[in-house]
Design a protein around this ligand. Structure first.
Ligand SMILES: NC(=O)c1ccc[n+]([C@@H]2O[C@H](COP(=O)([O-])OP(=O)(O)OC[C@H]3O[C@@H](n4cnc5c(N)ncnc54)[C@H](OP(=O)(O)O)[C@@H]3O)[C@@H](O)[C@H]2O)c1
Length: 260
C-alpha cells in the first residue's frame, strides 16, 4: 500500500512548487485546494512527468463542515498519509479596522484553525502508524508583530510557535514536525509582486528545493535565504518596540502600492 504526501494549497505558488519537488523525488501525492480544475491540471502534469500517483480533492479548508467531510473521507479510506504539508494560506493587508470582518475570520479559519485541525487528525493517524512528518508553512512575518498586516502576522506567529511546540511533544510518537518561514516569494499574489522592487525574492521553486532538503535533514525551523535568516535572528535580539516599529514602517511603506 503506497503512502502519500498531502499538500494543501497545492494548485499554486509554494504549494505547487512543493508538489513538484516531492513528485520529482518519487512521492505519491494528495493535493488539496478549493478549485478543482487547476488541481486536475497539476495532477495530470505531475503524473505524466514523474510517473507518480497524484490524487486531488477540491475542498474549502476554511469551511469547518467541508473540512470535517474531507477528514471523514480520509479516515474511511485506507490510504496512508505519512507527510502533511500545510501550505494553504491567505493574507489581509491594511488598517485592521478597515478590513471586512468576514475576510479576517476566513484568514483565521484557514491559517490557524484548519492547519491545527489537520495536524490533529493526521497526527493521530501517523502516531498509529508509528510516525510521519508534518511541515507547516508560516512566514518571516511570524518573528515580529506586523502592523498593517496584524492578523496575518499573528496567524503566522501562531503557526511558528504551535509547530515548534508540537515538534517537542510529538518526538516520542515518531512524528517529525518542521515549520517553513519564507520571506517574500515570487508568486501569483499581485501584492507580493509589488513588494519585489528593491528586495530580492526567491522563487517558489528555490524555496521548495531548499525545504525538501531541509525536511530530509529534519530541520525544525526552515528559513530559505541567508538574508532572511539574518532578519529572523535580528528580530530575536531587537527589543520588541523596535521590532514592531520597524515592521510597521516597512509594511506601511508598501501600503499605497497595494490593491485596496
Ligand atoms: N508568497 C509569499 O511571498 C509568501 C511568503 C511567506 C509565506 N507565505 C505562505 O506560503 C503559503 C502559500 O503562499 P502562496 O503565495 O504560494 O499562495 P498562493 O499562490 O496564493 O496559493 C494559495 C493556495 O492555497 C489554496 N487555497 C486558498 N484558500 C484556500 C482554502 N480556503 N481552502 C483550500 N485551499 C485554499 C489556493 O487554491 P484555491 O484558490 O483553488 O483554493 C492555492 O492553491 C501561505 O501559507 C502563505 O502565507 C507566502
Amino acid at each position: 500500500m503506497p503512502s502519500y504526501a498531502l499538500i494543501t494549497g497545492a494548485s499554486s505558488g509554494l504549494g505547487l512548487a512543493m508538489a513538484e519537488a516531492l513528485a520529482r523525488r518519487g512521492r505519491h501525492l494528495l493535493l488539496v485546494a478549493r478549485h478543482r480544475d487547476p488541481l486536475e491540471a497539476v495532477a495530470g502534469e505531475l503524473t505524466q512527468r514523474f510517473g507518480v500517483e497524484v490524487l486531488f480533492r477540491a475542498c474549502d479548508l476554511g469551511e469547518p463542515l467541508r473540512l470535517s467531510g474531507f477528514l471523514l473521507e480520509l479516515e474511511e479510506s485506507d490510504r496512508r498519509i505519512d507527510l502533511l504539508v500545510n501550505c494553504a494560506g491567505v493574507r489581509s493587508y491594511g488598517h485592521f479596522l478597515a478590513q471586512e470582518w468576514a475576510d479576517e475570520q476566513d484568514l483565521i479559519e484557514l491559517n490557524v484553525l484548519a492547519l491545527t485541525r489537520l495536524c490533529h487528525a493526521l497526527g493521530n493517524r501517523m502516531a498509529v502508524h508509528g510516525g510521519g512528518q508534518i511541515l507547516n508553512v508560516a512566514s518571516l512575518a511570524a518573528f515580529q508583530p506586523g502592523p498593517w498586516m496584524a492578523t496575518y502576522a499573528a496567524s503566522k506567529a501562531y503557526v511558528l510557535h504551535f509547530s515548534e511546540a508540537l515538534r517537542e511533544e510529538l518526538k516520542q510518537t515518531g512524528i517529525r514536525v518542521s515549520v517553513l518561514c519564507p520571506g517574500p516569494v515570487t508568486s501569483p499574489l499581485r501584492w507580493v509582486e509589488r513588494l519585489r522592487d528593491g528586495r530580492r525574492c526567491l522563487s517558489p521553486e528555490q524555496v521548495a528545493l531548499y525545504t525538501v532538503r531541509a525536511l530530509a535533514r529534519n530541520r525544525a525551523v526552515i528559513i530559505p535565504g541567508q538574508g532572511n535568516r539574518w532578519l529572523a535572528r535580528g528580530c530575536r535580539f531587537a527589543s520588541r518596540w523596535l521590532a514592531r516599529k520597524v515592521a510597521g514602517m516597512i509594511n506601511k511603506r508598501y501600503r499605497p502600492r497595494l490593491p485596496q
